[in-house]
Design a protein around this ligand. Sequence first.
Ligand code: 48F
Length: 254
Amino acid sequence: MEARITRAIIEETLKDWIDFARSDVVIAGAGPSGLTAGKYLAEKGYKTLIFERRLSFGGGSGGGAMLFHKIALEKEVKEILDDFGIRVVEKEDLLICDSSEFMAKLASKCIDAGAKIVLGVTVDDLIFRENPLRITGVCIQWSAVEMSGLHVDPIFVESKAVVDATGHDAEVISVASRKVPLAIEVPGERSAFAEKSEKLIVEKTGKIAEGLYVTGMAVAAVKSLPRMGPIFGGMLRSGKKIADIIVSDLKKLP
Ligand code: 48F
């Protein structure tokens, strides 16, 4: 029995790894922006793989607002919330929902759409080709290995599009700014200005280089935008916008 458990788990895991070693889209980070992008890409039929450093979904959403278990959203995102089946109550011009429902339904609808989410894996570098410059995949490592400080080489996943959805530190684009011949910097986010930031995050969501995209709070880090605290409409709209941009770019590829 014990050997069968082990064999069955490893065989099924390997099937996934072999299948996803070449993906259409790799998303780094299973926070709200990454999960939203994942759903809208996967439901269009793109092979979408999300790597999440931690052993949980939702990024910064699960803790609600300073551990008060509610988050706020703008009314404009009602349609996206309906796509995910997330229930809200109206409070003046805001929508309020439970942070646990928010994170669980974002992840569950993303998986149902066909995206594969692998927990406990960190994206630690990119793969690129020159002439013309293009990001062609990621280097990944078990988060446990990264945390242990052991010197272990990563493995690779090839991908037509890589999305930095890593949140406040824009980790993937930070690596790109140091190691890929690209004229980009990551100045970091600025102090809070919720209304302004919610709009600008969506406006500045987009392509950083061929094959490399940014969504969510990583946009604030790259474009030096203000933070916005426990209001999440911008994260959902940014995730949906990057999915649309990638779909349109992938359609143009041979
Ligand atoms: O931080 P996070 O929730 O990013 P987001 O989708 O949403 C931001 C909001 O939660 C909130 C806010 C807006 O209202 O201010 O903070 O932009 O989720 C990012 C996820 O990426 C994971 C991290 O553990 C988190 O779950 N992550 C970070 N770096 C890596 C990573 C990495 N290098 N590889 C894999 N996962």
